[in-house]
Design a protein around this ligand. Structure first.
Ligand SMILES: [Zn+2]
Length: 107
């Protein structure tokens, strides 16, 4: 399980953060169901991340959706590239979800 964050501020706007099951993280496009790792609802100011995404992919998804929330005009290919590279950098620097670490010592 991930640290519980209910809301956050991004560029002065208040957003709700939701962990959603993969079954609720879908999009219907041309009659076909498309699985998503996350999504943004600008009208309700919600950033949602699938609970089915873990590790560096989850870090990348959070960055990706936060970029969509902050810069709705930004093109998808830019967000894809930026989120991937920022996530890779943070991962190399050791940023992890505390619950994903295999800690032997209790704090
Ligand atoms: Zn996107």
């Amino acid at each position: 399980m991930w640290k519980s964050v209910k809301s956050f501020t991004l560029l002065g706007k208040r957003w709700k953060f939701r962990n959603v099951p993969p079954s609720k993280c879908i999009q219907v496009e041309n009659g076909k169901i498309k699985k998503l790792d996350g999504y943004v609802k600008h009208d309700k100011q919600i950033v949602a991340i699938s609970t089915g995404v873990e590790g560096c992919d989850r870090l990348e998804t959070v960055i990706h959706e936060a970029l969509h929330a902050a810069f709705p005009w930004m093109r998808e290919w830019i967000i894809l590239a930026a989120a991937e590279e920022i996530a890779r950098l943070l991962w190399r620097l050791g940023y992890r979800n505390i619950d994903e670490l295999d800690l032997d010592v209790k704090r």
